[in-house]
Design a protein around this ligand. Sequence first.
Ligand SMILES: O=P(O)(O)OC[C@H]1O[C@@H](O)[C@H](O)[C@@H](O)[C@@H]1O
Length: 284
Amino acid sequence: MGVTETAKSVIINTASGSSAEIYLFGATVTSWKAGGKERLFVSSKSALDGSKPIRGGIPVCFPIFGPPPSSPAEYASLSQHGFARNQTWKLDKIVMDRPEGVSIRFLAPSPPSSFQHAYKLAYVVTLTEHQLSTDVHIVNESEEQEFKFQALLHSYLAIPDSSKIKITGIDKQTNYKDKILDGQILQSDGGELVIDKPIDRVYQKVPSQEIHVDDGAGSGFKVRFRGFEDCTIWNPTEEVGKNIADMEDKGWERYVCIEPGYVREFKTLAPGEEFIGQQIITAL
Ligand SMILES: O=P(O)(O)OC[C@H]1O[C@@H](O)[C@H](O)[C@@H](O)[C@@H]1O
């Protein structure tokens, strides 16, 4: 019961039988079991030794999402999705440890020397019987300078067959950047999304802040977000997935990424200001 820390990860359990494992590397949630089932996908070919970001679970993307921008220089030199998913975090404290729910907080280490900004990045993971909440807290600790960032939780939700799922909740007329179509900005028709070809879309300012995934096998997920306003939906299918070195064979059939974030632009924090981005996933 409760919280167990090992050299590489922290495992949390509730009395109802749900559990989660969070690697200190990237503060990546690598397992979430609810209702007797594993709810997150991790590729069996993923490195778990800190040599590469973990391919699956819930990597934390910060301070950028996607490829780096052309300026300013300290952002332009970052690697795809930023450095937080490659850093070794530490368990800061147990926020709550009760039979019905466990909540723990992680702290990110200092940024690389090329990225000298005074911020604090904390991550709170809360587990109850059917829900996993993951919240990023970012404080601009500078007394004079603004701090700009993007943040996103790159959740790989486990499903039995991606060709059978239906995704709903993106409101009609929500703008999205279609990365498959060279970054064109298009508008959602508000209908169901299915995975019958590669999908890589950044939905911008989603009014509902709630996405449903029906896995076509009597189960699924509800993903709510607060503070975060955007949501990326990604599945490479075989066409793109077969070229991802650390993706297991047919791995793309076993997950869909629903990724709440603040990524359509940079979020700017005034000196002393705090941002909280929250993801609440319910296993259905
Ligand atoms: O291989 P990475 O860096 O983990 O990224 C995987 C995918 O992550 C998604 O969030 C992006 O929208 C895709 O464009 C990207 O391919």
